[in-house]
Design a protein around this ligand. Structure first.
Ligand code: OGA
Ligand code: MN
Length: 283
């Protein structure tokens, strides 16, 4: 089996063919996938007939699977397999509704944020519900020297409750209980982090979870975060994934941020299965 890795031609991302992820993946191939992921930031594997079991097995080959704080949205008896969906059963959502419809990097609000996240598309609205990815490596590299100097050595506070104060403020489907909030206290990370495998540097703040830059006063921090987000979300810095059923997608959260589009109707079904792998303490 030979992996065929075709870069998207955008700021990040590659399409990978020549592999069947529904069958066990050799460790050497999993290592190759991991390396390609570090290099390209996003990998799209079209047409993968995977079961939750095969998704979790591959996830384990890439590292330690994570269990999300919203544990109600996991597949029964598979805490590592989380449902991202707008489907309702008996009036209750079966998975996380409106997941990630704002720019963010997964679990940046934890001490050891997610390395890789993976989604398998079971049902998607035709031509809608895209996911956007931004290259935080290119975003860093294209900053002015003045900004690079200003953020050198700085740290930022990341806090899951920020998203609940802003994007989820009026969303009855997205409630964080006090117990859940207590499990995810705010954390501090470097504003620029290093991807350990390649040595590349990436901006590591995001609109969803980053409250402020510690070394700056409130106004300076707000202006700097805004400047960094503007840079990162420049169209030239983005790959848009247009979903097809049975697409399997993975991304490296250390060097990217992402956002799901909310451009489909409530009657359109969007149902994906999600696994993720924990990462190192950011450096
Ligand atoms: C996620 C997420 C985006 C999407 O699963 O981490 O942000 O397109 N999902 O569903
Ligand atoms: Mn996400």
């Amino acid at each position: 089996m030979t992996l065929i890795i075709a870069p998207t031609g955008k700021a990040l991302g590659a399409v990978v063919t020549g592999i069947d992820l529904g069958s066990p993946v050799e460790d050497a191939i999993a290592a190759e996938i991991r390396m390609a992921l570090c290099q390209h930031g996003v990998l799209a594997f079209p047409n993968q007939r995977m079961t939750p079991e095969s998704q979790v097995a591959l996830t384990r080959q890439l590292g330690e699977p994570e269990v999300h704080v919203l544990s109600d949205f996991a597949i029964p008896n598979m805490p590592e397999d989380f449902i991202v969906s707008n489907v309702r059963k008996n009036g209750k959502p079966v998975g996380a509704v409106n997941a990630g419809q704002y720019w963010h990097s997964d679990l940046s609000y934890t001490a050891q944020p997610t390395f890789a996240s993976m989604l398998h598309a079971k049902e998607v609205p035709p031509g809608r519900g895209e996911t956007l990815f931004a290259s935080m490596v290119r975003a860093y590299e294209t900053l002015s020297d003045e900004i690079k100097t200003k953020i050198e050595g700085c740290h930022a506070i990341h806090d899951y409750t920020l998203a609940y104060e802003t994007v989820f403020a009026d969303n009855p489907d997205r409630i964080l209980t006090e117990e859940q909030a207590a499990e995810v206290p705010p954390v501090k990370h470097p504003v620029v982090r290093r991807q350990v495998e390649t040595g590349r540097r990436a901006i590591y703040v995001n609109p969803g979870f980053t409250r402020r830059i510690v070394e700056m006063d409130a106004e300076e921090s707000r202006d700097m975060l805004e400047a960094l987000f503007t840079q990162a979300t420049d169209p030239a810095n983005i790959y848009t994934h247009h979903w097809q059923v049975e697409d399997f997608l993975m991304w490296d959260n250390r060097i990217t941020m992402h956002m799901a589009m909310s451009n489909y109707e409530a009657s359109d079904v969007r149902h994906l299965l999600r696994t993720s792998v924990t990462g190192e303490v950011p450096v």
